[in-house]
Design a protein around this ligand. Structure first.
Ligand code: KG4
Ligand code: ZN
Length: 339
């Protein structure tokens, strides 16, 4: 985009079960956004049904674009940023093809965005400059600690050996018979519960390193849940709170370790689990150790298009012509595996 550096970027997110569009301006910030959640569509199935997700993205995108254009004054953007992976391949393809069609019609470039980089950069929506930093990326599919050396320079410090933190929340919620999506439902049940009522393990805390594991905790939770009668609301709340506390403690201690080992004083928290109130307040206490916490507001921790538009705006060098081929990937690594 050399001369005509993009300043107003339309972002499109459709990697899973949220359809989102947003306009981000490099000078004025976020100009507007719209988001449609497919929760009600997938709820009867207890999880996301990929084919239904793709079809619903097809249905929603044109209407949402119309809404967004009304909201933001209808001006043609300078580029369109779109999530090109990782995610559900059908759902991604819907967003990418929609982006391409718009790029053709408006004669503007397309910028493919890595969904996790979108999450990582989301705190920038509030104007924080987040580099260098340690980043905790906790979503439904990923749990990673990353050293963010600069824009696009991400080094893996540790990751989960089994379930992601969000996945653990979702599975625990399912065991308690809570609806989909489980994370927010379990967190809501945990409100007012006693987090010390059940002794649940904090996996891998006794070992060095920054990897995570949630499968042992999940098993311990399942065994504990079998002894809690469905009608015993107090015990159910206590169990949910104890589970949440075990996840929060584990994430907190590993973040602390990563900050100590890297000597960095800034922590980015990104991804859906970053919306968890108990996690947010635990991490706030790191301020006492001189750590600056960079975390997006709750609405921008979970999937949204504002973070995609922002990531696209920060990567003008990734801009492609509407007819150029670029990969759309269900799996796509964000990090370099060295320190
Ligand atoms: O980042 P995200 O919206 O989508 C992915 O890219 O995966 O993260 C979704 C995950 C789900 O597992 C959801 O249960 C979890 O984040 N989540 C939460 C909360 N809000 C969303 N987990 C715990 N507490 C929450 N408040
Ligand atoms: Zn996500």
């Amino acid at each position: 985009m050399s001369e005509s550096v993009a300043t107003r970027i339309l972002g499109i997110e459709s990697s899973c079960d949220e359809t989102g569009l947003a306009v981000y301006d490099t000078r004025q910030g976020l100009l507007g956004e719209v988001l449609f959640s497919q929760i009600a569509l997938h709820a009867p199935y207890g999880g996301v049904v990929p084919e239904l997700a793709s079809r619903d993205h097809v249905r929603r995108l044109p209407l949402l674009l119309e809404q967004l254009m009304l909201q933001t004054g209808g001006q043609r953007p300078d580029g369109v940023a779109v999530t090109a992976g990782p995610g559900l391949i059908g759902a991604l393809l819907v967003g990418v093809n929609f982006a391409r069609a718009l790029a053709f019609a408006w004669d503007i470039p397309v910028i493919p965005v890595h969904h996790l980089e979108g999450h990582l950069l989301a705190p920038l929506l509030n104007g924080v400059a987040p580099f260098p930093a340690v980043a905790l990326l906790v979503s439904g599919g990923h749990t990673m600690l990353i050293e963010v050396r600069g824009l696009g320079d991400y080094v893996l410090l540790g990751e989960t050996l089994d379930d992601a933190a969000g996945e653990a929340f979702d599975k625990a919620a399912k065991m308690l018979g809570l609806g989909y999506p489980g994370g927010p439902a379990l967190a809501a049940l945990a409100e007012g519960g006693d987090p010390e009522a059940f002794r649940l393990p904090r996996p891998l805390l006794d070992r060095p390193g920054m990897d995570f594991s949630f499968s042992g905790l999940k098993t311990a939770f399942r065994l504990a849940s079998m002894k809690v009668p469905e009608e015993d609301m107090t015990q159910r709340k206590n169990l949910a709170a104890s589970f949440q506390q075990a996840v929060v403690d584990t994430l907190f201690r590993k973040c602390q370790r990563a900050l100590q080992l890297t000597g960095l004083k800034r922590l980015i928290v990104a991804g859906g689990v970053g919306a968890n109130r108990a996690l947010r307040s635990a991490l706030q206490t790191l301020a006492a150790e001189g750590v600056e916490l960079c975390i997006a507001d709750v609405a921008h921790c979970t999937d949204n298009a504002a973070m995609i538009a922002l990531a696209g705006a920060l990567h003008p060098e990734m801009a492609q012509s509407a007819s150029a081929e670029f990969p759309v990937r269900a799996r796509w690594s964000l990090v370099k595996e060295e320190t």
